[in-house]
Design a binder for this molecule. Sequence first.
Ligand code: FES
Length: 218
Amino acid sequence: MGGVRVKKFEQPKNFKFSKENLGKIDAVLKKYPSNQKQSAVMPLLDMAQRQQGGWIPEAAMEEIARILDMSRLKVFEVATFYTMYNLAPVGGYLLQFCTTTPCWLCGSGDIVKAAEDHLGAKIGETTKDGKFTLVEVECLGACVNAPMVQINDDYYEDLTPETMVALLKNLKTGKKVTIGSQTGRMGSCAQEGPTSLAEQAKKAKIAMAEDSGKGGKA
Ligand code: FES
């Protein structure tokens, strides 16, 4: 993976999809004409990554090439182009910090620093206990709720250095965490609550800006 510094790791010699995933592959292949099954390369790479615990070994790419009847090189090309595919082992929690302009203007630098200081690992590294890998990524499309971080499949938004550290502590100890906005903001509603479509907001029992004073939570 481009952004992760990995000292040394072993590539497994073989890779076979699990029985469950083989069933899923059959279902995916039905979506495409039989002479264009290469179109399934992205979902199969994703399946391999999940099965392997967060990364795609070369043997998995070879197996995908065999299943889809395409050259290994073409599978490698796709896997190396998209940053969502990890080609080296990552920690149980992959922290993808967005540091593009909107998040940067809202303090992503402080969020990254708080996480690095708390975990004792820098961007591109995995913590010694193997739990967390930190990477820097481009805009993840949640700029309205900047600054934000993606952790595995979920987004955590409206972060402050304090809420970032609290989030990491909870993940470390297996406590429940709140996905999405860490301020209670509803979706990407205005921070102070809905400011228009008043009737609809009231029907949905969403507190208006003038009722709640702050925070658009129902
Ligand atoms: S700039 Fe961070 S999500 Fe868009």
